[in-house]
Design a protein around this ligand. Sequence first.
Ligand code: SF4
Length: 210
Amino acid sequence: MSYAVKEVFLTLQGEGVNAGRRAVFVRFAGCNLWSGREADRAAAVCRFCDTDFVGADGAGGGRFADAASLAGTVGSHWGDAEDARFVVLTGGEPMLQVDDALVDALHAAGFTIAIESNGTLPVHIGVDWVCISPKAGSKTVQRSGDELKLVWPQPGSDVAAMESWNFANFLIQPLDDGDAEANRDAAVAFVLGRPKWRLSLQTHKLLGLR
Ligand code: SF4
């Protein structure tokens, strides 16, 4: 199958347990919880998105005819270093497009594959690092993985239910909107009250990285 990709870029993973790790990001176009158009935001399931995932016109993006061509692009962004190859599949919602062929092609190119998904679709079994960020108002079907990353505050989230899910790490990340300072305070208060969770900050934004 072909893949619609907004952008591909080399950076440091900014969030979560892998924060600080060199990574190639693949931002897939499209999401099942919002069209990406501002006119649709108020009626969307997910209304706080801070990401442009519409189209395939970003740097490094495009419409890739097959898995080999996309994996080749990921490899060229990584460069020659052979060790610790790491790719993060994100979006939009990457599980709308990730399939056997892409997982196999990235593994064949030597990459450890991480994904950042809203959890409304099952994550491909071959993905090596599963990060799920549940969105209130949607049904999270992927309830296991390496990290559960809840953007906070997020009214309507069933935190007690989430704590029964099978994740190795539980992370709270302050919502990045016009109330950033209050959201940080709320996230800190959350973790102080629920020690199962840890604070995740968007360090790439602090560093001016993509
Ligand atoms: S689920 Fe993720 S990509 Fe989709 S609209 Fe929400 S924040 Fe954006």
